[in-house]
Design a protein around this ligand. Structure first.
Ligand code: PLP
Length: 397
């Protein structure tokens, strides 16, 4: 029999994130007829609330899927077999998207990366400038690389693409940045933005999103990759009237509507500021512990996840196991080349100062227990949180 543990479990992996009570209560309702008028009203209201989160006026399609389904939908609706896709190996998720693209029959050009930096706008711009024949049909990037805590500068990449005049489609994964870090689908002329429900949107896993530009829609009419379940055509046709081409995740849509209402009540600028403040406090804690961030460039520090290296003679997974056992907190494991070398602190979604304080205390006590030498990172974080809490001008603290 599983042992009962009193109090709350701290789910500080970088997604799925804590699902707030309001969302849980919204999901906990009777399922309704997805072809009835009540469902259509719910779906249309939800679609309308979704667009501002992507900062788009265009369609946002909702698939009953995990984020990886959103990746596949973005590719199969816009590209043809053998098309070249330019990607950058920023970490585990960029590599996984590249693998999926290869499996779909695309010709992936994966620019190498050190898993400590984001996509470099200058390197991408230079590669596109070289591609005078326009063999590259799409650029596909991960906005926030969840495995490293690195956020690529999508606006700067867009500017670099524009300087070359290259016509490639621009596809961006926002699975771990949407509704947490500022993101502008229309302004940055992104053609497909991929999202997922289980991180900044504060929902359980189970929904994937594609925000779609006019250019992407035009490309979809010519795209030759086979598609059925992921077909935008069927989805667009149905969603216009609040329907779905197949059985939707009805109860997840209740939850999505509630989560979007909560984001609207808090206000997106405040949501971004909250995440920025918690990201900064976490990094101050890491510095205070005397540990090293995986991310190296301050312009790319993630406000949703912080990946922390442990000293070479220690095992990050042993530290995580100690923290789980003693303090009932789950932290993210090191992925790919950071396996055993780094752990990740998720500070996104439904989160506040005291949850962060508890999280950082758990890490610090775990460092003690694991015998990893460290300073007082908690004190550094709390000083920052206290000094910045009353003032919206916290960035100046
Ligand atoms: C940035 C990013 N992209 C894509 C994915 C894949 O999403 P899923 O695991 O929901 O399929 C993840 C999962 O954590 C992610 O963090």
């Amino acid at each position: 029999m599983a042992k009962f543990r009193s109090g709350i479990h701290f789910l500080q992996i970088p997604g799925p994130t804590n699902v707030p009570e309001r969302v849980l209560r919204a999901i906990d309702r009777a399922t309704i007829d997805h072809r009835g008028a009540d469902f259509a009203a719910l779906a249309l209201a939800t679609f309308a609330l979704l667009k501002p989160v992507f900062k788009t006026t265009g369609p946002v399609l909702v698939f009953p899927a995990s984020g990886s389904g959103g990746w596949e939908a973005a590719l199969v609706n816009t590209l043809s077999p053998g098309d070249r896709v330019l990607m950058v190996e920023t970490g585990q998720f960029a590599a996984a998207w590249a693998k999926l693209a290869t499996r779909m029959g695309l010709d992936v050009e994966l620019l190498p990366g050190d898993w400590r930096h984001g996509a470099d706008p200058d390197v991408l711009g230079a590669r596109l400038a070289d591609d005078r024949a326009h063999a590259i049909k799409a650029i596909a990037l991960v906005h926030n690389e969840t495995s490293t805590g690195v956020t690529s500068r999508i606006a700067d990449v867009r500017a670099a693409i524009d300087r070359t005049g290259h016509p490639a489609l621009f596809l961006v994964d926002t699975v771990s940045s949407l509704a947490s870090i500022d993101y502008r689908h229309d302004e940055w002329k992104v053609d497909v933005t991929v999202g997922g429900s289980q991180k900044g949107l504060m929902l359980p896993p189970g929904l994937a999103f594609n925000a779609v530009s006019g250019k992407a829609l035009a490309a979809s009419r010519l795209a030759g990759l086979p598609r059925s379940y992921w077909s935008w055509d069927d989805m667009l046709e149905s969603t216009r009237s609040g329907g779905f081409p197949y059985t939707p995740a009805t109860n997840m849509l209740y939850g999505l509507h509630e989560a979007l209402t909560m984001l609207q009540e808090e206000g997106l600028p405040n949501v971004f500021a909250r995440h920025a403040r918690h990201g900064e406090a976490t990094r101050r804690a890491v510095r205070g512990w005397g540990l090293e961030l995986v991310a190296l460039d301050p312009r790319e520090f993630s406000d949703t996840v912080t990946a922390v290296l442990v000293p070479a003679d220690h095992d990050a997974d042993a530290l995580r196991a100690t923290i789980l056992e003693r303090y009932d907190m789950s932290l993210g494991t090191g992925l790919g080349r950071w396996k055993g070398r780094a752990f990740r602190i998720g500070h996104l979604g439904s989160f506040n100062d005291l949850m962060l304080a508890g999280t950082l205390c758990g890490v610090q006590m775990g460092l003690d227990a694991a015998g990893i030498p460290h300073g007082d990172g908690v004190a550094a974080a709390l000083t920052y949180l206290a000094a910045s809490s009353a003032s919206p001008a916290f960035a100046a603290v």
